[in-house]
Design a binder for this molecule. Structure first.
Ligand code: ADP
Length: 590
């Protein structure tokens, strides 16, 4: 059976070691003690025998005087505390301290006893055996009794081995008790030591379990300054390092996801087989997919766009960055640029990163710029061609024709004025569009300002018989740039007159909004077709180009209005019903 518990193993090994060492000790001690005790008994019996032998009279011995030998044996036995037997050279027992006189005569001849044999041979006889007479184990010493070097008998001293056995038993008992005590003590101390050893190990195991669950906040405590302690310190250090690393990674991840999630550009990350690993919220918006649905799917399964799918597979195949322009029609037409970059891990392609920029605005601005250049060139070309034509005509002789030359010069003047106002409008526009454009705010009373502006239009109004209703009150004040607001009013009123019918009306009034003011210029002109309304504030956009030119318009007036309003953080718009008139409005913060 395998013992799985380390603490039990440790404890059992303690007990085993103690058991083994005690066993050996007890074995050798027992053996040694037994030998020593027998040796001691032997020496003391010999010494006693040598002392006693002189007290046995040779006379009684030779006469086999049992009557005198018997009490002597008994009294000597009493003093020497052992059994004393006196035997003659023929092996006949003459006296025995443990037997009565009558018993002696029937006692067996002792000549065959090994110790007696040895004594009769002149040496000290020793033997240990079971005494059939006394029915116990006995230790015998036999000394030859001599007279003038002639052996006259044998003095035998015998001791039961019981006392030796008793001593040995007592010692064995002590050793056994000692062993028991040592085992109990070993068990208690062993338990304490095992706890001391196993405690930190158990805590380390618990800590490692927590590690595997991702909790690195635990630390091992209460360890000694030994190898296990060193292991605990290393483990604690490791936990701290990992915790710090995880914290670092978490912070980096947070930063990464903050960037990833807030990017305007759409980002798709795929693995090397083209499965989507991650997409950011911008992608969710562009392709109307949810992150949860897209992640883990093949690109084409999640996003049905062949152009991007092709770009991804080409990038993964060739390991080279690719860029592609794509047009998405639904829900609105937008142009995107997809840049696919391979992701390398140890020089092996491990995935693909696709960044998708919305370049609709860039493309629109490019078109606007191209259109603008084309428009400006066109607008300049028309008056310049006219001027050139009339100047050439004049130079070719028309100058002498007084009547015509005057009208030609008048036409040239008109075109020059148009060129001038075109350049003025272009300059104003570029000024308002530039990033450095600033506004010098001041408190403006709109009613007063409008009065001054309208007085400038007096003759124009009179010519067309148009009536202007200035419904602004003295309380209408705003904080704005006076020159720019003036410019704005002039453009709108100029249009309201130009595109108005004869004897029409213009009404200028306000509507109060929350913290803002809405100013409306309403005319009774031809109005604007619904299809043109969304583009009316664009540069050079005109409903009727020829008419506008004829009226001296540049097509930039409303564009300038829009810029001025936007500079003041406001908004502008138009409501119009074709044939009934238009309501141009702008809202400014008070
Ligand atoms: P223009 O120099 O031609 O007036 P604008 O930018 O001021 O240029 O106006 C652009 C076009 O918007 C005009 O050509 C005209 O077709 C239309 N428009 C502007 N104001 C009015 C109005 N009050 N009524 C009808 N059409 C207007």
């Amino acid at each position: 059976m395998k013992i799985k518990n380390f603490k039990l193993k440790l404890l059992l090994s303690y007990l085993f070691v103690i058991l083994i060492s005690f066993g050996f000790m007890a074995f050798f001690l027992d053996k040694n003690l037994e030998e020593n005790s027998l040796q001691n008994i032997k020496s003391s019996l010999i010494a006693q025998g040598l002392l006693i032998e002189n007290q046995i009279s040779q006379d009684s011995l030779q006469k086999a005087d049992v009557a005198s030998l018997e009490p002597l044996a008994k009294s000597l036995a009493l003093k020497a505390k052992c059994r004393i037997t006196i035997i003659d050279t023929q092996g006949k027992v003459l006296a025995d301290s443990d037997k009565q006189e009558i018993e002696i005569s029937v006692m067996e001849n002792h000549l065959t006893r090994p110790e007696v044999k040895m004594a009769l041979n002149g040496s000290i006889g020793i033997d240990t055996r079971y005494s059939p007479t006394l029915k116990i184990n006995m230790f015998y010493i036999a000394l030859p009794l001599k007279e003038k070097n002639k052996i006259t008998g044998v003095l035998r001293l015998a001791l039961t081995l019981e006392s030796v056995q008793e001593t040995l038993f007592a010692i064995r008992k002590t050793v056994f008790l000692g062993l028991l005590f040592a085992l109990v003590l070993a068990f208690i101390l062993g338990s304490i030591v095992a706890n001391m050893v196993v405690g930190p190990i158990n805590r380390m195991i618990q800590m490692s379990r927590k590690f595997s669950e991702g909790d690195f906040s635990r630390r091992v405590t209460g360890f000694a300054n030994d190898e296990i302690g060193e292991l605990a310190v290393t483990l604690n250090q490791m936990a701290e390092d990992i915790e710090n690393k995880i914290r670092e990674i978490k912070t980096q991840n947070q930063k990464f996801s903050a960037i990833f999630n807030s990017m305007i550009e759409g980002v798709i990350i795929t693995d090397k087989t083209g499965y989507i690993v991650s997409v950011n919220p911008a992608i969710e918006k562009i392709f109307a997919v949810s992150k949860i649905d897209a992640e883990g799917k093949l690109f084409l399964e999640a996003i049905r766009n062949n152009d991007i799918a092709e770009t991804i597979s080409n990038t993964l195949e060739n390991g080279k960055s690719l860029s592609k322009e794509l047009v998405l029609i639904y829900p609105v037409r937008r142009i995107f640029e997809a840049n696919a970059v391979p992701i390398f891990d140890n020089k092996e392609i491990s995935g693909c990163l696709v960044v998708i920029h919305d370049i609709t605005e860039i493309r629109r601005l490019e078109t606007v710029r191209q259109d603008f250049v084309a428009n400006v060139s066109h607008e300049l070309k028309t008056p310049l061609t006219s001027i050139k034509g009339f100047v050439e005509t004049l130079l070719e002789g028309a100058l002498d024709d007084k009547e015509n030359s005057r009208s030609f010069l008048k036409i040239i003047q008109d075109h020059t004025e148009r060129l001038n106002s075109l350049v003025d409008d272009l300059l104003s526009l570029s000024c308002f569009e530039s990033k450095e454009a600033t506004i010098d705010r001041e408190s403006l009373n709109l009613q007063k300002l409008l009065e001054v502006i309208l007085s400038g239009f007096k003759s124009q109004l009179k010519k067309k018989g148009i009536e202007v209703k200035n419904e602004l009150t003295g309380s209408v004040t705003i904080n704005a740039d006076k020159n720019k607001i003036e410019h704005l009013f002039i453009n709108l009123i100029d249009n309201a007159i130009k595109f108005n019918k004869e004897n029409g009306t213009i009404r200028i009034y306000t509507e109060e909004l929350d913290g803002k003011i809405k100013i409306i210029i309403e005319d009774s002109g031809a109005g604007i077709p619904a299809k043109d309304i969304p583009r009316i504030f664009e540069r050079f956009y005109r409903v009727d180009k020829a008419r506008s030119r004829e009226l001296g318009g540049t097509g930039l007036g409303l564009s300038i209005v829009k810029h001025i309003v936007e500079l003041h953080k406001g908004s502008a718009g138009v409501e119009s019903i074709e044939g009934l008139g238009s309501k141009f409005w702008f809202i400014l913060p008070k």
